[in-house]
Ligand binder design. Structure first.
Ligand code: DMJ
Length: 496
């Protein structure tokens, strides 16, 4: 039997029933999508265990002081809700499985079974990447119907939001779980939508159709790309804000940074997950990276900084947020056999990561601030570090693709700084200021779902969530790459 989420034996007490369908051979590290086999990486069990202890410290304090809330306030020992409660639980489910924390997983599962409801106005994108992404990932691993049923309920509630010509959904919606368990929804929010919102739901909606057999989800997800690719036929980059009803650009800002980021990440990940059956996704991805190279890469040789900028109309904006540091990982995922510039893209990714590390090291706590302006001088526009995962994510992906030891060293440096500067008695705190180290009373669910998960995986051996069989959604929930048979069946439905 092969577990999708293998855990080191010492961490796994085998209580949870996992998927026993033999989908792949975990000793085979090749992929038809990539030229070279993935490196065989041995675990560093000592470091892996320390990351697992960090996760437990965060989780146990959440459990003690904020159980059922979305987030933990680690300084005031309280819970905080931004959604309907329990987001930390739903977002952590698959990490609990991954780390072999089976008793904790059972508690979390029980919470979902008894308490998961939604009442209020939330970002549709967040609901999809966090709740739906996690439920689908857990369902693929455990085949526990509870998660598929909940995923279908969310998907069905959201479907009517796609009912316009473009398929673009408004940023917010009001969610309301009724007595019978169904969720009712009313669209909310401005007439303009974000590129990253509308382009970062397809991995989840395609998987939902594959798992449920209900094609409506996949069709809704594909409708968005169909419209965009038609409307922006000759474009390689897409505007960061668009009108939901017409698809016209609202602001002509082009970047891989906040509000656009995961749109580009999903172009390539959709191609990978659907196993080379949607050529248009790869074409669109490759032309967007060509445009990135010519228009958005800034090589400041004087300061030895290599990074991505933004463009507003034709003007360069030297603003860079922590969010954009995901880009190196995306370039590694995109180094596929059919990409004629694979090697160049890996080199770009490597140079980007070296710059990110330089920027991390530029501040006393060892973390890059939330927003920087990088022109003649480096100016901090937002001083916080919000426990974000993007740099760690890129380091993880590059390590899995290249096996270069320096990436593990980078990861360890960042982890050590988390321990030194963010760990507090009752969890981990965001930083108000990456120079002074002043803390903020917030621990987000993505810290457990992404930052600590990627750190754990960096120190695991490479058969844990093998890169030739999984892609991660933008909240780090692993989704299985489709078999050829699955891909062929869904290709007709997606029809792009
Ligand atoms: C996460 O929710 C996701 O990674 C999303 O794509 C961007 N922002 C946060 C983490 O920073």
């Amino acid at each position: 039997m092969i577990n999708n989420h293998q855990t080191p034996k010492s961490h796994n007490n085998n209580q949870v029933k996992r998927d026993n369908e033999k989908i792949y051979d975990s000793n085979d590290n090749t992929s038809p999508l990539y030229e070279r086999p993935f490196p065989n990486l041995k675990a560093d069990l000592k470091k892996q265990k320390q990351v697992r202890n960090a996760f437990l410290h965060a989780w146990k304090n959440y459990k003690k002081y904020a159980w059922g809330y979305d987030f933990l306030k680690p300084l005031s020992k309280k819970g905080k809700n931004v959604f309907s409660g329990g987001l930390m639980i739903t977002d952590s489910l698959d990490t609990l499985l991954l780390m072999g924390l089976d008793d904790e997983y059972e508690l979390a599962r029980l919470w979902v079974e008894k308490n998961f409801t939604m009442h209020g106005d939330y970002s549709v994108f967040e609901i999809i990447i966090r709740h739906l992404g996690s439920f689908l990932s857990v369902y693929q691993t455990t085949k526990d119907k509870l998660f598929l049923d909940n995923a279908i309920k969310i998907g069905e509630a959201i479907l009517p939001l796609f009912n316009n010509v473009t398929g673009f959904f408004r940023t917010y919606a009001s969610f309301d779980t009724k007595e019978n368990g169904n969720i009712e929804i009313t669209p909310k929010g401005n007439p303009e939508v974000l590129l990253s919102d509308i382009g970062s739901i397809q991995l989840e909606f395609y998987t939902l159709s594959l798992m449920s057999g209900d094609n409506r989800f996949a069709k809704a997800g594909a409708k968005i790309h169909r419209f965009l690719f038609q409307k922006y036929k000759d474009h390689a980059l897409y505007p960061e804000r668009l009108y939901a009803e017409t698809g016209e650009a609202h602001t002509k800002v082009y970047s891989f940074d906040a509000m656009s980021d995961s749109f580009y990440e999903y172009l390539i990940k959709i191609w990978v997950m659907t196993n080379n059956t949607l050529p248009v996704m790869l074409q669109r991805y490759l032309s967007s990276i060509d445009a990135m190279e010519t228009q958005l890469v800034e090589n400041n040789t004087e300061k030895d900084l290599y990074y991505l900028i933004r463009r507003k109309n034709n003007d360069k904006e030297y603003k860079m947020s922590h969010l954009v540091t995901f880009a190196a990982g995306m370039l590694a995922v995109g180094s596929v056999k059919k990409n004629p510039k694979s090697e160049d893209h890996l080199k770009i990714a490597d140079k980007l990561i070296d710059t990110y590390m330089k920027l991390y090291r530029n501040y006393k706590t060892g973390f890059m601030p939330e927003i920087l302006e990088l022109s003649k001088k480096i100016r901090v526009l937002d001083h916080q570090y919000q426990l974000r995962p993007e740099t760690i994510e890129s380091i993880y992906v590059m390590y899995r693709f290249t096996g270069l030891p320096k990436y593990r060293e980078y990861a360890w440096e960042i982890f050590s700084n988390l321990e030194k500067n963010c760990k507090v008695q009752h969890g981990y705190a965001s930083l108000r200021d990456t120079e002074s180290g002043d803390k903020d009373d917030h621990m987000d669910s993505y810290f457990l779902a992404e930052t600590l998960r990627y750190l754990y995986l960096i120190f695991s051996d490479s058969t844990l969530l093998p890169t030739n069989h999984y892609v991660f959604n933008t909240e780090a929930h692993p989704l299985r790459i489709w078999t050829e048979k699955e891909a062929q069946k869904m290709k007709k439905v997606i029809n792009l």
